[in-house]
Design a binder for this molecule. Sequence first.
Ligand code: GLN
Length: 450
Amino acid sequence: EALERIEAVEPKVRSFLCVTADKALEQAKAVDAKIAAGDEIGLLAGIPIAIKDNMCTKGIPTTCGSKILQGFIPPYESTVTQKLAEAGAVMVGKANMDEFAMGSSTETSAYQVTANPWDLERVPGGSSGGSAAAVAADEAVVSLGSDTGGSIRLPASFCGIVGMKPTYGLVSRFGLVAYGSSLDQIGPFGRSVEDTAILLGAIAGYDPKDSTSLNVKIPNYAKSLKPNFKVRGVLRVGVISETFGQGLDPVVEKAVTKAIETLQELGAEIHVVSCPRFRYGLPAYYIIAPSEASANLARYDGVKYGMRDEEANSLLSMYTKTRSAGFGLEVKRRIMLGTYALSAGYYDAYYLKAQKVRTLIKKDFESAFEKVDVLVCPTAPTTAFKAGDKTADPLSMYLTDLMTIPVNLAGLPGVSIPCGFDEQGLPIGLQLIGNVLQEELLLQVAYAYE
Ligand code: GLN
């Protein structure tokens, strides 16, 4: 059914860079065989899932939305897709994304632009836009994305679904193509909080193949969902005051305010909290993420992966020609920004300073979590914008992530859940932010709200 649905809507939505029909049928048949033999089947047995194309899948092309990885077929499987396969999930395809996950609209993909299923002229958000659109358009039941500065939560908000970025280190990144290594996290998308919780449970957990992986006990997220959240006495919810006012679309503000009232009606105690350095997250991120990216992307030299300029007559010209042709504009911009910020003489002024700002943002969150259990704010300042609207002005595109980036800088978990629609019927997202490893509580609050 999922494959039929993909065939029917894919010409309009374009969520997938590659539909893995053969693999899906093979995995589905394996589940059938298990059932027929009376064997135990996994939690995700037979569930169609889409995977962002920056996670390595053995024998299946993994392009990261870039020309430079065209033709790259990973010889190994990422830990998350391995775990999903073991749980019986059926991968239906590799989802479109911004090139190397750099973008907020999925428009920097070197291959195609994905449409927002709610309005095909609009973007699905990014960078995991293909993963979000696939779930919103019913092409898959759930999907995986990655979030470095908002790339799961923003598309979840624009596509009217649930998307979660877990605590840094909760989900293994073995086999994830690196962007900003101190920020990247893999996470789940679902149409409901329960689906999202089930998927998170399936991928979370310690992995010796990822040196940043946390060795902690994983709760049963789905089982601990309850219709109300009076699980630990009164729940204290903090509204981040800095996220309201200037720059926030009044329709979004209204919907989020209403959602906060609903949380109060459900029994939460509402507090207004201040995170004074929150707004410096965006400028700090645009030093830190490009710096890390410039180092991570040095490996695409035409020797080891994907494309190579065959005409070049020296090693240096092969590097230059391959990288010039293989990387898109936004990726080049980030490499230049990062290389500049890390260069001798500028390191202290930019990178070091940005790291100090990062510490201050972490401290703001720490003091907020002394007073409240969960923080809330909008996921994005607006609803989905029209394709092409922000491509000429990178700064306006970067601003879309104003409210999601600080969460990555602090390594915290955050989830975006639908909280209404604007006057054009476009979905609005509410962001819930938790303290380190508070996924269980976050999902409980999200579930009670939903
Ligand atoms: N839009 C942000 C960027 O371009 C965040 C992307 C992400 O989370 N991968 O870097």
